[in-house]
Design a protein around this ligand. Structure first.
Ligand code: DLL
Length: 435
């Protein structure tokens, strides 16, 4: 190994509230140069890819030079399953996580002690942005295990100095009981699971708007501002968006401020974002929508260079934290786009419209079928139990027309009885492809 670049000092987290944009970028460049060198020196896959693209770590002289480097994809992780992209000896790896994925091998990621420490800092900062403080009680209903949600949130809560209640996902009646008995200030889970919990509270005769909860930090799946309004109104809390993915670290890559509620701020001292045109791979300027790409700036065990997330968003200037950029709330991924008779649509576009209907419950699934040679999409939506059937049927027709007007596709609305569709216990499966 030729003269490895010294690792930048990572012992104290950057004070993101005080740094200027220039100071931040200086820090990013120093860390980027180290990360790229570290990946090149210690992960054969990166070395081969860089060599093939005729780039070397020495080509990184400015932040924009990151664009010279090849992308990393989920397929790269699958090919090196399980530990082929680890950049440190196994005895320095303190923890692994994995994401299940729909086909083939899961993707496995690893963390050194320092990685875990910095991840906890990123999560602690995310929770602080959401208004959670030391001394508060936090009910953590993200799943514990190989999924990064549970343990990732857990160590961040502890790092903040708050009290963690490590409930994990599922057993909804017990969740309700614990919220009533332990009186937490905040809850962490997926937005769809919080709806399940709110419904279970109502079923148990507890008013979801009258619990001790003031804050929810929700992520791990796409959700809309309409869903935020529904949750905030129904539970009388602040609902904030937390974003992340296992390949980059887990939860806490970006998170929303309770002061502005305008999309997650990206913790750019740890993660360098880009947005690219998903088809050509060309970088897009800030403000334009495309595929989000991340380079991790401080990771030892599992360096990540230009990882293609498949999530669609755009980069915006910071507001609550002016040194860093924000991203627009992620409401779609390249791979959950539905193409219906030539029209591209995302499930969240339907969520937006469903949540605008008073007579319909926020519970729906989408079914893709084929009739002859034509694809068809059916939205199965529960009616509200408090309203009579005729009112709900009329609302279903209005919704069908709104979908035609707003999305430009004919989507059949099928009204279901209250409580009959599957409920979320974590990441919700919204789309069923029955073709
Ligand atoms: O879901 C990490 C996480 C846990 C984030 C808890 C937030 C809270 P993965 O299982 O690897 O990791 O899934 C990552 O989930 O690429 C997005 O498509 C989606 N996703 C995560 N957070 C959000 C969000 C965790 N706030 C994938 N909004 C990502 C929209 C999200 N999509």
């Amino acid at each position: 190994m030729a003269n490895p670049r010294p690792q930048p000092d990572l012992s104290t987290p950057a004070d993101i509230t005080r740094l200027s944009r220039d100071e931040l970028q200086e820090l990013q460049l120093e860390r980027l140069r180290w990360s790229v060198q570290h990946a090149y020196d210690n992960v054969p896959l990166y070395r081969h890819k860089f060599d093939d693209a005729r780039v070397s770590p020495d080509h990184i002289r400015s932040l924009d030079d990151v664009q010279k480097l090849p992308f990393t994809t989920k397929e790269d992780l699958r090919e090196t399953y399980p530990f082929g992209m680890f950049a440190v000896p196994m005895d320095e790896v303190r923890r692994v996580h994995a994401s299940s994925g729909t086909t083939g091998h899961p993707t496995v990621v690893g963390y050194t002690e320092g990685d875990l420490d910095r991840w906890a800092d990123a999560v602690a900062r995310s929770l602080e942005a959401a208004g959670i403080r030391a001394g508060m009680k936090v009910h953590n209903a993200y799943g514990y295990g190989l999924f990064t949600g549970g343990l990732g949130a857990h160590t961040g809560i502890e790092k903040l100095g708050a009290t963690v209640i490590p409930v994990s996902g599922g057993q909804t009646a017990r969740q309700v009981q614990l919220i009533r008995d332990f009186e937490p200030d905040a809850i962490l889970c997926t937005p769809s699971y919080l709806l399940t919990i709110a419904e279970a509270m109502e079923a148990a005769g507890i008013d979801p708007a009258a619990t001790s909860l003031t804050t929810a930090v929700l992520g791990a799946e796409p959700w809309t501002n309409e869903m935020r309004d529904e949750i905030e109104r129904r539970m009388r809390i602040n609902a904030l968006d937390i974003y992340g993915l296992s390949e980059v670290v887990g939860p806490g890559v970006a998170s929303e401020s309770v002061a502005t509620k305008d999309g997650p701020h990206i913790w750019e001292d740890f993660f360098l974002p880009e947005v690219i045109d998903g088809d050509t791979g060309e970088p897009l300027p800030d403000g334009e929508t495309g595929e989000l790409v991340f380079t991790a700036l401080t990771k030892e065990a599992f360096p990540v260079i230009r990882y293609r997330t498949r999530d669609l968003t755009r980069l915006l200037p910071g507001t609550a934290y002016p040194a860093v950029r924000r991203m627009e709330k992620v409401t779609g991924r390249n791979d959950d786009m539905i193409i219906l008779r030539g029209v591209n649509l995302f499930p969240t576009q339907i969520e937006e419209l469903v949540l605008g209907m008073e007579a319909l419950a926020p519970h729906f699934v989408l079914e893709l079928t084929r009739k002859g040679r034509m694809d068809a999409l059916t939205a199965r939506i529960e009616r509200k139990s408090s309203l009579d059937l005729a009112t709900c049927q009329a609302a279903a027709l209005v919704l069908q027309q709104r979908m035609k007007d707003h999305i430009g596709a004919r989507i059949e609305v099928k009204l279901e009885e209250p409580g009959t569709l599957p409920r979320s216990e974590g990441k919700y499966q919204r789309v069923y492809d029955l073709r």
